[in-house]
Design a protein around this ligand. Structure first.
Ligand code: 5GP
Length: 188
């Protein structure tokens, strides 16, 4: 079977992870699609839960074998992608899929799935705010923060390609808006 697909994209540090966590706990019939990636694991992350952590070589092998629905080299040597097998695994359970992807991946997947997909863009209230969040999170080195901020500016310029833009100026409001939008879409 093939069910529906929700795609959530946002610049790094926009609060996407928290929003996704709340959406997943809201009782909707959704399962999170675990992406594969080739960056190293952060201390609070679990392999197979947050990501399938692969070496760059293993990631490239899977690209060659056509195992990805989509993939992106989001940062140099940091590949991220959605495995076809992951979507099928979730749809086979009769659930809808929630995918987290970078902005380009999000736009691409939305196009592939047409009306069966809903894409949400989580917008940070400002670039300054986003920079502060990344510094406070202290999971990334200064150089990496600069790269993420540059990329964020580029990503924000593509927000209008999404079905719905959710401004994360107040977390509770952004969470409710996300849950309501997804609930309405799944009812259709
Ligand atoms: P992070 O390293 O902060 O976990 O993620 C970096 C970026 O990779 C984020 O923009 C995130 O949305 C993106 N990302 C995570 N999974 C995927 C995926 O499966 N495909 C694509 N294209 N991007 C992804």
């Amino acid at each position: 079977m093939s069910g529906k697909l929700i795609i959530i994209s946002a610049p790094s540090g926009a609060g996407k992870t928290t929003i996704i966590k709340e959406v997943m706990q809201s009782g909707l019939d959704l399962e999170f699609s675990v992406s594969a990636c080739s960056r190293s694991k952060r201390s609070d992350e679990v392999d197979g839960k947050d990501y399938y952590f692969l070496s760059v070589n293993d990631f490239k092998k899977k690209i060659k074998n056509g195992e990805f629905l989509e993939w992106e080299e989001v940062y140099k040597d940091h590949f991220y992608g959605t495995l076809r097998s992951e979507l099928q695994r979730i749809w086979n359970k009769g659930k809808h899929v929630l995918i987290e992807a970078d902005v380009y991946g999000g736009i691409y997947i939305r196009r592939q799935f047409g009306e069966n997909a809903l894409s949400l863009f989580i917008m940070p209230p400002s670039i300054k705010h986003l920079e502060e969040r990344l510094v406070n999170r202290s999971t990334d080195k200064i150089e990496s923060i600069k790269t993420r901020v540059t990329k964020a500016k580029e990503e924000i310029s593509l927000a209008d390609k999404f079905d719905k833009v959710i401004v994360n100026d107040k977390l509770d409001k952004a969470i409710n808006e996300s849950i309501n939008t997804i609930t309405e879409f799944l009812k259709k």
